[in-house]
Write a protein that binds this ligand. Structure first.
Ligand SMILES: Nc1ncnc2c1ncn2[C@@H]1O[C@H](COP(=O)(O)OP(=O)(O)O)[C@@H](O)[C@H]1O
Ligand SMILES: [Mg+2]
Length: 228
């Protein structure tokens, strides 16, 4: 471990859903530009950990710090602004807006950040091209293959050039070829942009793309060191 201050740090996170203790004191750190795989069995608390780190859900106990600032106590307005500008999120099932074309889905985060429609579309088109979705800009999510939809989701997560991308089983619904294409695109772009990635997966082949792996078991993290 370097003594560099981590970009994102969770300490002793506790989160219960009803009577289920999803996190029971989990701690994890993500350094700038690092790709961290969070692995563990289904139900071990991976998604809950991601939601807490990304500021989507507030933990019941413990703390989350981003660039030295407490996230878990940040007022909602600042938190949502931070999520919009510093973070990108990709879920297992893309969660693109079904009524919007690929181009409009990717342009949306830029427009929410105040970009003019024309500029947003131009940049969105460039990002779709980077992710190999060229020529499909006019398709709606229902008209795309799973891999195309997921690469569009990646473009949407990265178009604002965030510091951290949170990916929750991004290849979980894809066949292995489409999964490899998604992972290659994600890792290549993250390296190029210096984006840190918190990658949740229960697939060892996907985890192998990461610099390091943290394994969750019953709501606790057991760090397992370097995977590459
Ligand atoms: N919204 C929720 N309501 C009730 N229980 C939940 C909720 N979300 C997660 N859980 C429970 O918390 C535990 C951890 O879930 P989760 O973080 O989704 O794990 P994973 O992503 O590793 O499968 C599981 O037992 C799950 O059933
Ligand atoms: Mg999950």
């Amino acid at each position: 471990m370097s003594n560099e201050v981590p970009l994102l740090a969770a300490r002793d996170l506790v989160k219960t859903h009803g009577r289920t203790e999803a996190l029971r004191g989990a701690s994890v750190e993500l350094r700038a530009g690092e790709i961290l795989a969070v692995t563990g069995a289904s139900g071990s608390g991976k998604s809950t950990l991601l939601h807490c780190l990304a500021g989507i859900v507030r933990p019941d106990g413990g703390s989350v710090s981003y660039a030295g600032e407490r996230l878990d106590t940040l007022p909602e307005k600042r938190l949502s602004e931070l999520r919009r500008t510093e973070f990108g999120v990709v879920f297992q099932f893309g969660q693109l807006i079904p009524e919007l074309t690929a181009l409009d889905n990717v342009a949306l985060p830029l427009m929410l950040a105040g970009a003019a429609r024309g500029d947003a579309h131009e940049r969105a088109g460039e990002w779709l091209e980077r992710f190999g979705v060229r020529g499909q800009e006019g398709l709606r999510p229902g008209e795309m293959s799973g891999g195309q939809a997921q690469r569009t989701s990646l473009a949407r997560a990265l178009v604002t050039e965030p510091k951290v991308v949170f990916a929750d089983e991004p290849t979980g619904a894809l066949d292995s070829l489409a999964g490899e294409q998604v992972m290659t695109a994600l890792v290549h772009t993250a390296r190029e942009q210096g984006t840190a990635v918190l990658l949740i997966t229960h697939d060892a082949q996907v985890a192998a793309y990461a610099d390091r792996e943290a394994r969750l078991s019953d709501g606790l993290v057991a760090p397992t060191g370097v995977t590459v």
